[in-house]
Ligand binder design. Sequence first.
Ligand SMILES: O=C(O)CCC(=O)C(=O)O
Ligand SMILES: [Fe+2]
Length: 290
Amino acid sequence: MTQTVDDGNADGAETVRITVLLEGGHRETVTVSLQDPQLEILMRQLGAPDPGLRLLQLPVREGQAMLAVRSDRIVGVVSEPPMHMDLSDEPLAAPAVEVSKVFVKDDFLPSEQLKRVYAYALKNAGRFVETSTSSTDRDYRQSEVLFDFPEIAEDIRTRIRKLLPEVHAALGCAPLSSTIEVQMTAHNDGNYYKVHNDNGSEDTARRELTFVYYFHGKPKKFTGGELRVFDSVIRERRYVAAESSQLVTPDDNRIVFFLSRYLHEVQEIRCPSHRFEDGRFTINGWVHQL
Ligand SMILES: O=C(O)CCC(=O)C(=O)O
Ligand SMILES: [Fe+2]
């Protein structure tokens, strides 16, 4: 990247006055050094609709005030003296890929409690109901869910709360509220859950963190059912799935956590016996924002 100033700066002061035109018709004038990396971010934002979002902090009003603005809220700049920045040395349009962080912990439950949870699922097989999603597409998700299992749910919540400081540190997210939704699911032959996020509707917007605890009978009688978590790119101010992703195998007694906004899917399960007890089971849910 190179920039040239057509005029001025004869005194050797490598600065330029920039009037930043903001969304909503606002404007602020800043004097910035030509070496200031924020100048390049500002100019790149104008050329490429989708770079990674940045917070710009620019001193304005002779240094008496600070303009803090998200880089995508800038619609134009006027420079004095006229400045031309050559940004052609790098492709403009490739959006930054945010690599998803997934926290995985094995041996989540003591073995006695794991046995109890599996036995509970089998005993309550008749209370599981078909899942639905907020999507109108009937083919979006196939599995069965149990919403009410107080004998197990409170113990799971307590264990999750204990683990949260470690999860926060690993995922780099802020402290979360103590509200934890839980459900139990069963996936059998041919079941799946297509690409979705967990907090995209008004009802689910408070979900910050998704967790999934996996268990199954032994020996394992199904294949597939991996969880795929996609990396993200921002397009038109929304997170969408990048081409890259990571796969998590639904190992017995494993729990995973990830941000609910990540796009993810459950790959199709093969369970030749079709028997409920041979399926892929989870206790999954969401930790809410404060
Ligand atoms: O079962 C899984 O691995 C993930 C389930 C899921 O994505 C959900 O219930 O929202
Ligand atoms: Fe999900």
